[in-house]
Design a protein around this ligand. Structure first.
Ligand SMILES: [Zn+2]
Length: 418
């Protein structure tokens, strides 16, 4: 295990090693080394990136025999036997802050609410932790966040050490050595899933986890643990959290957004929620008022259209293209017009370059406007249809809208003459 340098020192950023084998991993060149500081994807923690003699290492994975495979952007020169390795430190340190923060947070959830962590995920932006138990309240979440950050600020040391799992079981019978004696008393948060030598990561007198990951030296380096939101998931709670530099970035991002919102409202940050509520209410009232005014206008329009309507054998024929109207307005106008007896309404509108046509007639008019509409629109490349008293269609080029209405009007006049 001494070929993995990060076990002994997670702060080791550079190293010299021999190239022991060249392989291919999913079609990409990869190498094994005599030793390495590169952390391979494992235990939830994402892999390191970096360089070997200047060649980018784009991925690091555990090979079938447990060795670290360094996946390269392009092959190393054939004669290369020794490499100088360098890991991308900002990326690695970020992972150390997230991973150490997760151990601390999982223990805080366990101590304060008795909730066990059943799954973790370290993402590029956010991390999640799944807790087994009933949904949490925002107050519980805030209490655990505060308690976890107290441990951060106590700046407790983190230590990693190995214990012999197999001897732990025997220790009561044999008496045994210091490591074994220690193993019997370690209150691991979760049972380890490995046999033999177990690596323990301890947050001083607070948390003991079986873990092969890389961790910060003291809790103070976690900086801050921020719980962002909680999600209910099939009897579990999924907590979204960030630590360290990510927590600072997240806070800065939220501050900027809130400042922008406050600027738009021309108010102080703390007045934003109340002002948004007030504006929402004002908008709702304005919308209601607008609806009332639209309805009034519609009634006026209907009356005016009826007053200037053409009379065809006792029927009032209204044929009009209202270019600015919405199809929904057209429908309401048709309903208002045909609420009166003896009316045929042939209406059209043009929205976003598309013509919409609505034909309607009063209950006492013996005319099938569905057929009328279908026949009239066919000539102009449009289509549609409907029932005897109401029909809707479209697909007519806007410049042909007036012509389509003229054709339909003529058909109504002809029907009267027949
Ligand atoms: Zn861990």
């Amino acid at each position: 295990m001494n070929d993995r340098l990060y076990y002994e020192d997670a702060y080791n950023k550079t190293f010299i090693a021999q190239v022991t084998e060249r392989v291919a991993l999913r079609g990409q060149p990869a190498v094994r080394l005599s030793r390495s500081a590169f952390y391979p994807t494992s235990g939830g923690q994402p892999h390191d990136t970096g360089r070997l003699n200047g060649t980018p290492v784009v991925d690091a994975q555990v090979g079938p025999d447990g060795a670290v495979l360094h996946v390269l952007a392009h092959p190393l020169p054939e004669e290369t036997a020794t490499v100088a390795g360098q890991i991308d430190w900002p990326r690695r340190y970020d992972h150390m802050q997230q991973h150490s923060g997760q151990h601390l947070l999982s223990q805080a959830f366990y101590r304060h609410l008795g909730l066990e962590t059943v799954a973790i995920h370290f993402g590029d932006v956010l991390n999640t932790l799944d807790l087994d138990g009933p949904p949490l309240s925002p107050q519980q979440l805030a209490a655990v966040e505060a308690a976890a950050n107290e441990i951060v600020w106590q700046n407790r040391p983190l230590r990693a050490y190995w214990i012999a799992e197999t001897e732990r079981a025997k220790s009561r019978l044999t008496g045994a050595r210091a490591t074994v004696a220690r193993a019997t008393t370690i209150p691991l948060r979760r049972a380890p899933n490995v046999n033999g030598q177990i690596r323990i990561v301890e947050i001083d007198k607070f948390d003991w986890s079986a873990c092969g990951g890389t961790h910060v030296r003291r809790t103070g380096e976690i900086g801050l643990i921020a719980l962002l939101r909680i999600e209910k998931r099939r009897g579990k709670s999924r907590v979204h959290f960030v630590c360290g530099r990510r927590a600072l970035r997240d806070a800065a991002h939220r501050r900027a957004l809130l400042a922008e919102a406050a600027g738009l409202l021309d108010a102080g940050v703390s007045d934003v929620p109340a002002l948004v509520l007030k504006q929402q209410e004002a908008l709702r009232n304005a919308h209601k008022e607008l609806q009332t005014q639209r309805e009034t206008l519609l009634q006026y329009q209907a009356r005016e259209l009826l007053a200037t309507a053409e009379t065809v054998a006792g029927l009032r024929l209204v044929a009009r293209a209202l270019s600015d109207a919405e199809p929904a307005t057209l429908q309401r106008l048709a309903a208002a017009l045909t609420a009166e007896p003896g009316v045929v309404a042939l209406l059209g509108c043009a929205q976003r370059g598309k013509g919409t046509v609505i034909f309607a007639r009063s209950a006492d008019v013996p005319l099938h406007v569905g057929s009328l509409l279908r026949d009239a629109l066919k000539q102009f490349g449009g289509g549609g249809g409907g029932r005897p008293h109401f029909a809707q269609g479209g697909g007519v080029p806007t410049e042909k809208l007036a012509a389509a209405l003229r054709v339909a009007s003529e058909a109504v006049r002809r029907a009267d003459r027949q």
